[in-house]
Design a binder for this molecule. Structure first.
Ligand SMILES: Nc1ncnc2c1ncn2[C@@H]1O[C@H](COP(=O)(O)OP(=O)(O)O)[C@@H](O)[C@H]1O
Ligand SMILES: CC(=O)N[C@@H](CCC(=O)OP(=O)(O)O)C(=O)O
Length: 316
């Protein structure tokens, strides 16, 4: 190894020090979107990142999606998929498929990849131990309520089992299915489920991995990324958002307004995006913070390159 390479590697490692100190013991909820599960190498890198967080002393929790995987399965069965305001219109027949694909296929897959590194991953459906209780959700389109079938909004989170798993050194991996008080099973958008869980756990971060670099300011006309946005700014922007970004950014807003200090949307197509976000000085993607907090140092004129944990808020 040349001296230069050694020095670069050491610099990269030592750059992580303040963030390791900052996030030691922190609960981080990671939403792993179906669109970010595109190739095997990326999926393996994601599992490595989550296990890395666990070994680094954080408490990662994974909430996974699987929208494209559900659509592919519905397609094979000849059942049409349609979305309203970014949510799948879910007939009872489609609900069976949603549950089967998320709990039986995607969850097993993510747990398996994590467990290649040790006995950490434990899969759960939001139905288990009453983790998520839901009530039927109606989409709102042009001010009108629209029936979208068996889609739920989470009304209660019983996070005790997730906490117990974390206390036991495990990495909970959760499917976004919920049941109602009357036992009906509901399809919950995974971004929404991740945000509600992050709030209930008092997480320090919500990280949402998807298939775009972050929130584009004027999508699809331009691909200018919004690096940092406050909850108030996001609340104003939200009605103009479309497709999958609507529930995603709504979820970030819910998390931050529910007391989670930072919510991030990252490009899951970038290998190790999760580690880069948490342990390096440059944040990546879009960060949502409570109003009153400033952007990352590079977003401001008075960048001072500091990595003192006391200045974490300056990055946030
Ligand atoms: N303003 C925007 N910025 C970025 N992406 C957007 C925006 N509006 C809509 N999108 C779309 O939202 C998609 C991400 O949502 P979604 O497909 O639900 O992803 P995931 O499966 O990761 O949850 C992007 O691939 C993009 O096509
Ligand atoms: C109600 C609703 O839309 N549920 C989603 C649940 C999966 C999900 O959210 O997957 P992604 O994160 O990959 O989009 C669906 O059926 O597609």
């Amino acid at each position: 190894m040349s001296d230069l390479t050694a020095a670069t590697k050491a610099t990269t490692l030592i750059e992580a020090l303040p963030w390791l100190a900052e996030f030691h013991g922190a609960t981080v909820v990671v939403k792993y979107g179906g669109n970010a599960m595109t190739d095997d190498a990326l999926k393996a890198a994601f599992a490595e990142d989550v296990v890395f967080l666990r070994y680094a002393g954080l408490r990662p929790v994974v909430v996974h999606g699987g929208g494209p995987q559900i659509s592919a399965h519905l397609d094979r069965l000849g059942i049409e998929s349609s979305f309203t305001a970014g949510l799948r219109v879910t007939s009872p027949e489609a609900m069976e498929v949603v549950r089967m694909v998320l709990v039986g296929q995607v969850n097993r897959n993510v747990v398996g990849l994590i467990n290649d590194h040790g006995p950490f991953g434990v899969g759960m459906s939001g139905e288990d131990a009453h983790l998520f209780t839901a009530a039927r959700k109606y989409a709102v389109v042009d001010g009108e309520q629209v029936d979208i079938g068996q889609v739920g909004d989470i009304v209660k989170v019983e996070a005790g089992t997730v906490r117990a798993l974390l206390d036991n050194g495990r990495i909970p991996v959760i499917s976004s299915i919920a049941r109602s008080d009357d036992g009906t099973v509901y399809n919950v958008n995974a971004d929404t489920a991740a945000a509600e869980l992050a709030v209930a756990l008092g997480a320090q971060k919500l990280v949402v991995l998807t298939d775009v670099e972050g929130l584009y300011a004027d999508w699809p006309a331009s691909d200018d990324i919004i690096g940092s946005i406050t909850d108030d700014e996001l609340a104003e922007l939200l009605p103009s958002l479309s497709s999958g970004m609507l529930p995603k950014m709504g979820a970030c807003l819910t998390a931050v307004r529910g007391g989670v200090p930072q919510a991030h949307v990252l490009d899951g197509r970038v290998p190790h995006a999760l580690l880069l976000e948490i342990f390096t000085d440059e944040g990546v993607g879009t960060m949502v913070v409570p109003a009153g907090k400033t952007g990352r140092p590079q977003d401001t004129d008075d960048t001072d390159e500091t990595t003192d944990p006391a200045d974490k808020e300056a990055r946030a």
